[in-house]
Write a protein that binds this ligand. Structure first.
Ligand SMILES: [Zn+2]
Length: 240
C-alpha cells in the first residue's frame, strides 16, 4: 500500500472486523520425575525391604514419579509401578509446553517476487511500517485465497483500491487476510471460500504505483497502523 488509509476508511474497516483473542494457545503440563542419587539402588515390588527386589538402578538414572508410601517412593520402572527408598532419590518437576502454531496453514496468494517486505519502511509513501508484503505480478494475474475462510469485505475504497478481506479460523485461532490493489474482484462479502480459490486478479487500483498485490495477514481482527504492526504479522513466516 502506498499511502496510509484515511481516518474514515480506518473506522469503517475496524467496524467490519470481529473480536477475538489473537493469542496462540500454549498448553503446559507439569509432571514429576525422580533422579537416582546412589548406585545399586534396589527396586522392589512394594514399599518395604520385605518386598521382592526386581532390579537395581544406578546414580543419575531418572524415572517417572508416581507417589510416596511412607519412606518409599513409587516410580514407573520397566512399565510397572515399583518402589525405591526415598532417601536415595530426588524428586523434581518437569514442565512441558505445547504451542499450537498456525504456520503452514497459509499459502502465497499469487505468484511473483516480493517487491516490498513486511516491516519498517522509509515513510516516503506516508507510512513508517509496511503491514504486509507486496508481490509483483502483471495485471490480471490470478489472486487466490491464502486459506479457507469467509469474505467479510469486497469493495473498491480508499488507498487499498479494489480489495478483499477474509477471516479465517485455524487451529481455533482467528486470522484476517487483506488482498489490495486488485484489478478485479470475483467474491462477495459473506461468501465462504476454499483455500486456493480465485478471489480476483492483480492490479494497481487505489494508491499503487505499478501492478502488485499488497497482502496482509492479521492475527485476530484487522487493526491498522501506519507506524506499527498493530494486529499484523509477517505473512512470510506463515506460508507453507
Ligand atoms: Zn504494500
Amino acid at each position: 500500500m502506498k499511502r496510509m488509509l484515511t481516518t474514515m476508511t480506518m473506522t469503517a474497516l475496524m467496524v467490519s472486523g470481529f473480536a477475538t483473542t489473537g493469542i496462540e494457545k500454549v498448553e503446559a503440563a507439569t509432571t514429576y520425575k525422580v533422579k537416582v542419587m546412589a548406585d545399586g539402588l534396589r527396586v522392589r515390588t512394594g514399599p518395604s525391604t520385605a518386598y521382592k527386589a526386581v532390579g537395581t538402578v544406578n546414580k543419575g538414572k531418572t524415572y517417572k514419579y508416581l507417589g510416596v508410601s511412607g519412606s518409599w517412593t513409587k516410580i514407573s520402572y520397566s512399565g510397572s509401578s515399583r518402589y525405591v527408598a526415598s532417601k536415595y532419590v530426588k524428586k523434581y518437576k518437569v514442565t512441558t509446553t505445547t504451542a499450537t502454531k498456525a504456520s503452514s496453514s497459509f499459502s502465497r496468494p499469487t505468484s511473483g517476487p516480493i517487491t516490498q517486505g513486511y516491516g519498517a519502511a522509509s515513510g516516503v509513501y506516508g507510512y513508517t511500517f509496511h503491514n504486509g508484503i507486496d508481490i509483483g505480478a502483471a495485471t490480471g494475474t490470478p489472486v487466490y485465497a491464502s486459506a479457507a475462510g469467509k469474505v467479510i469485505t469486497s469493495r473498491n475504497y480508499g488507498a487499498y483500491g479494489n480489495y478483499v478481506m477474509m477471516t479465517h479460523t485455524i487451529n481455533g485461532l482467528a486470522y484476517t487476510t487483506v488482498y489490495a490493489h486488485l484489478n478485479s474482484r470475483s467474491v462477495y462479502a459473506g461468501q465462504t471460500i476454499a483455500k486456493g480459490a480465485k478471489i480476483g486478479t492483480v492490479g494497481a487500483t487505489g494508491n499503487a504505483f505499478g501492478a502488485h498485490l499488497h497482502f496482509e495477514l492479521h492475527r485476530g481482527s484487522y487493526v491498522y497502523s501506519a507506524s506499527s504492526a498493530a494486529s499484523s504479522i509477517n505473512p512470510l513466516n506463515y506460508f507453507n
